[in-house]
Design a binder for this molecule. Structure first.
Ligand code: GDP
Length: 304
């Protein structure tokens, strides 16, 4: 929880400071106040529509309840954002789903540099610490460095890596990994994939093929298709989420680099537009810097 606070320090400083300044600078809750509030929300990347909606709702409530003090509005804003997150997908699971028997397969997708390999390393470490048998698959066969990097993380986390020939078929690597996971009774298989954007159609076909190979070997797998997004890219992350979700059914989002951004509001925008739950958040480059996503803590941390 302390880590959560530290990770969000930068978000809080910029966005939180703006909010605090807003409450300090305004003596009354007037139209200028609402304009400033709306701008602050847009700046935090909650998305234009949501910023306008929340401000409108607030304007209405303030009128009905005859609120005069800006500080009285603060708590209402925080509560509204938490409610927003929950209302946009209350019947979805926030936690990672596991297979009831046999290996659980988690497929990681996302553009290069988003943090896929790092997240897999961190997650492998968590599961190993919890006593699970974990296998990794390096299905980005186009970049030699990608496989090497996964191997480095595999060693750190104490999880073996299945890799293929350079330029080989990524689906073949995944096939080998799934078969090994079954034969050697692994609990969890984490699959790293390519994220080159130069040829999107090719990439999406490749991901689709990988997914089919997994399902053919294990009927209910993959249990999760996690899209890894770099939160510092703000609204671009939302565009990427839409593109990936159109072709591979994404079951959850990993939002990385929340330790280095003032744009944490993107969590709400993604949830609102795509109804996909954020399952994990990356809060740094170290092996322990990965946490389950908790909407309440997150929103309060952001707006404190
Ligand atoms: P991939 O290409 O999607 O596999 O991305 P990588 O896992 O190689 O990560 C790209 C860069 O982002 C690396 O330098 C990582 O150390 C860094 N990175 C990943 N996750 C985080 C995070 O949560 N916080 C910070 N600050 N850096 C991260």
């Amino acid at each position: 929880e302390q880590k959560y606070d530290q990770g969000l320090a930068k978000s809080r400083k910029t966005f939180g400071e703006r909010l605090n300044a807003l409450f300090a600078n305004f003596r009354s809750v007037d139209e200028d106040f609402f304009d400033d509030l709306e701008e602050t929300l847009i700046g935090a990347d909650v998305g234009f529509d949501m910023a306008v909606e929340i401000t409108d709702e607030l304007r209405e409530e303030v009128k009905l309840q005859n609120v005069k003090e800006p500080t009285e509005v603060a708590q209402t804003i925080v509560q509204k954002l938490v409610d927003r997150y929950e209302q946009d997908g209350s019947n979805e699971q926030n936690a990672i789903r596991f297979a009831s028997e046999g290996p659980t397969v988690i497929l990681f997708v996302g553009v290069n540099g988003a943090g896929k390999t790092t997240t897999i390393g961190k997650l492998a470490h968590q599961y190993r610490q919890a006593g699970h048998k974990v296998l990794l698959a390096a299905a980005d066969t186009f970049r030699a460095a990608a496989t090497e990097q996964l191997q480095v993380w595999g060693e750190r986390a104490d999880a073996p890596v299945v890799a293929g020939k350079p330029q080989g078929d990524p689906a073949a690597v995944v096939y080998d990994a799934v078969e090994r996971a079954k034969a050697e009774n692994y609990d969890i298989l984490l699959v790293d994939t390519a994220g080159r954007l130069q040829n999107k159609v090719n990439l999406m076909n490749e991901l689709d093929k990988i997914k089919r190979v997994i399902t053919r070997s294990i009927p209910h797998a993959p249990q999760e298709v996690l899209l890894v997004l770099d939160s510092t890219t703000g609204q671009n992350a939302l565009i990427q989420a839409k593109e990936f979700n159109d072709t591979t059914q994404v079951t959850g989002i990993v939002l990385t680099k929340l330790d280095g951004t003032a744009k944490g509001g993107i969590v709400l925008a993604i949830r609102h537009e795509l109804h996909i739950p954020v399952k994990l958040v990356g809060l740094g480059e170290q092996i322990d810097d990965l946490q389950d996503f908790k909407p309440n803590e997150f929103v309060y941390g952001l707006f404190k």
